[in-house]
Design a protein around this ligand. Structure first.
Ligand code: PLP
Length: 389
């Protein structure tokens, strides 16, 4: 080890690089590659939000905002959550605007974890949770979700991994990467367990607006859950605002004020431009959001059907914008499948193993791409599979 790397903490040294970036970078470097790799809308942010931001900048609105975020935005978020998901939060003390949903996840973990606390992470799941738990001194306990259960969380499985050291569980429905959605009935036994074991639930609801033919239920809306749930969401996905870096978290005021305490030192505030754009999205961008959702739904149906036509079985993803087909029948491991598909067919997907145990044997394909690109990707995969078999 050379001198400078010996300066780096063992936790960071041991952290593997993101398994998604590898495929993203390869796709970026070659114009011929069709990328279904990155989890990013292919749409542009609603025009009304862009215009509102431009106007604000021209009027010199380039300063810090309050640590908690612009009150107007917190009010709009509280109203949005109330109307859409029956959640009640007081804008002045129970809503914190963050630098994307990513900062919100980190803040929640930082505020909760004491060294050695166990944090349950259902997998396959979003890749940032485990590294963030480790960075914050917690122990990751992976809970493998089963494909047969449609990658939903069940109380029986959860019960098995709860110990006296369990502090919290991170849930993410609709799920990146599987597209699974939980109903009120699915949540009920989970909520009972959380209450009886005094667990905190970090509920990453980044894709709450993107459900198809069913509604999103937040676990925070179940009896006894509001005070022990931190709801996290943001504008990146549903409003095509990944680059603006605006997310938020909501919860009981004591929890939120602990997170504000950290946020005021680490981020100070989320970018004002993004906050102004987000306000405009909630006021006048809902039609754009609905139009994008409709497009995802059409692509979803076409793409899942297309996968099955070429022999890759895929459960119906009910939310987010990912398909998670099985590649088990090809006899290839997911890393090998994805590397070869990229090299030989020029289609970038993400190997399922990067999402944790239970992800092996699957690949994640984002269908946030135009129908033409999706059709072309299916054709290329089909040809490649035939040549391979
Ligand atoms: N949570 C989930 C489940 C995600 O899929 C993502 C992005 O892919 C994030 C959080 C991060 O969102 P943001 O861009 O708002 O930081």
């Amino acid at each position: 080890m050379n001198t400078t790397s010996s300066f780096i903490s063992p936790t960071v040294q041991d952290m593997p690089p993101s398994g998604i970036r590898q495929f993203f970078n390869a796709a970026e470097a070659d114009d011929d590659v069709i990328s279904l790799g990155v989890g990013e809308p292919d749409f542009v942010t609603p025009q009304c939000a862009i215009e509102a931001c431009k106007r604000a900048l021209e009027h010199g609105r380039t300063m810090y905002t309050p640590n908690e975020g612009l009150l107007e935005l917190r009010e709009a978020i509280a109203e949005y959550l109330h109307k859409g998901f029956q959640l009640e939060y007081e804008p002045s003390r129970e809503v914190l605007v963050t630098v994307g949903g990513s900062e919100a996840i980190d803040l929640a973990l930082r505020a909760l974890i004491s060294p050695g606390d166990e944090i349950i992470i259902p997998v396959p799941g979003y890749i940032a949770y485990a590294p963030l738990v480790q960075l914050n001194g917690g122990n990751v306990v992976e809970l493998e979700l089963s494909a047969e259960e449609g990658f939903k969380l069940t109380a029986d499985e959860l019960q098995k991994v709860i110990t006296p050291r369990t502090k919290a569980i991170v849930v993410n429905f609709p799920t990146n990467p599987t597209g699974a959605v939980m109903t009120y009935e699915d949540w009920l036994p989970i909520a009972r367990l959380a209450v009886s074991h005094n667990l905190v639930v970090i509920s990453d609801e980044m894709y709450a607006d993107l459900t198809y033919g069913r509604t999103h239920t937040s676990i925070a809306s179940l009896p006894g859950m509001r005070e022990r749930t931190i709801v996290i969401s943001g504008f990146s996905k549903a409003f095509a605002m990944t680059g603006w870096r605006v997310g938020y978290l909501c919860g009981d005021r004591d929890l939120v004020s602990a997170m504000v305490k950290i946020h005021q030192y680490t981020a100070l505030c989320a970018p004002i431009m993004g906050q102004i754009a987000a306000i405009e999205c909630l006021r006048n961008g809902l039609g754009d959001r609905d139009a994008m959702k409709l497009a995802y739904d059409e692509r979803r149906r076409m793409f899942v059907q297309g996968l099955s036509d070429i022999g890759l079985t895929c459960r119906d993803p009910q939310g987010a914008f990912y398909a998670f087909p099985s590649i088990a029948e090809t006899g290839l491991g997911s890393q090998q499948f994805a590397e070869r598909l990229l090299r030989e067919a020029k289609v970038a997907v993400v190997p399922g193993h990067v999402f944790g145990a239970g992800g092996e044997g699957f690949i994640r394909c984002s269908y946030a791409a135009s129908s033409a690109r999706l059709t072309e990707a299916l054709d290329r995969i089909d040809l490649w599979l035939r040549a391979h078999s």
